[in-house]
Design a protein around this ligand. Structure first.
Ligand SMILES: Cc1cc2nc3c(=O)[nH]c(=O)nc-3n(C[C@H](O)[C@H](O)[C@H](O)COP(=O)(O)O)c2cc1C
Length: 192
């Protein structure tokens, strides 16, 4: 039997990623986002959504600069990631506070946070207002990965990154489980 539950924004697993951009004075801003997903293969693009009513500093910087980076943290970085999501850059230099290092990205004028093992560099290609959030599509123009998470063919091994997952209903972080099957193959048995 099914029951009706409260209408709530949901997607699971949702990532916990960190968006970063330079503010108008050239200082690095960063904030944690769960509203983030891939949205185009050609060109490669990601979509993020940031609450436009609550005046996030990182949103202001991304809209001003039209360039940003998105980092994929590891589960061991959960406290730093959480802090970037509960403090605002209007009050505190958050990246220094967690002893992390912003460095200029290679292909965009935005900061990469060195301690995160995987970051994509994005140019804003589309902006839409969706309810409470500003939805920003960024074309990925460069990817920087720590060599420890890249195999000998140049592919990113997400298990080695040990990414963080987030549940917006219970406000909880999770680690991902083990691989269980190959996509585009596991369902083939039903084609026979
Ligand atoms: C796990 C987690 C996920 C979050 N996801 C989002 C999100 O997707 N969009 C958003 O606008 N804020 C999100 N936040 C809140 C912002 O990260 C938070 O308001 C932050 O303080 C903004 O910082 P800023 O003012 O320096 O940009 C999230 C916070 C946490 C802890």
């Amino acid at each position: 039997m099914k029951v009706n539950v409260k209408n709530h924004t949901m997607m699971y697993p949702a990532p916990a990623v960190v968006a970063s951009a330079y503010d108008e004075d050239g200082n690095a801003d960063a904030c944690t986002l769960a509203f983030a997903t891939m949205c185009s293969h050609h060109p490669p693009a990601v979509m993020i959504a940031i609450n436009s009513t609550l005046k996030r500093k990182t949103l202001k910087s991304i809209l001003q600069r039209e360039e940003f980076c998105l980092a994929f943290p590891s589960a061991e970085q959960v406290a730093e990631v959480d802090y970037l999501g509960i403090e605002t850059g209007y009050r505190q230099d958050k990246i220094s506070k967690i002893n992390y290092t912003p460095i200029k990205a290679q292909k965009v004028n935005a900061p990469i946070i060195d301690e995160f093992k995987l970051s994509v560099e994005c140019k804003v290609m589309h902006i839409a207002e969706v309810g409470s959030h500003t939805q920003i599509t960024g074309e990925i123009v460069n990817v920087q990965a720590d060599e420890s998470i890249v195999d000998d063919k140049g592919k990113i091994i997400f298990e080695k990154l040990n990414p963080l997952a987030y549940d917006d209903i219970t406000h909880s972080y999770f680690e991902m489980g083990d691989k269980i099957a190959d996509a585009f193959k596991e369902g083939l048995k039903f084609r026979k």
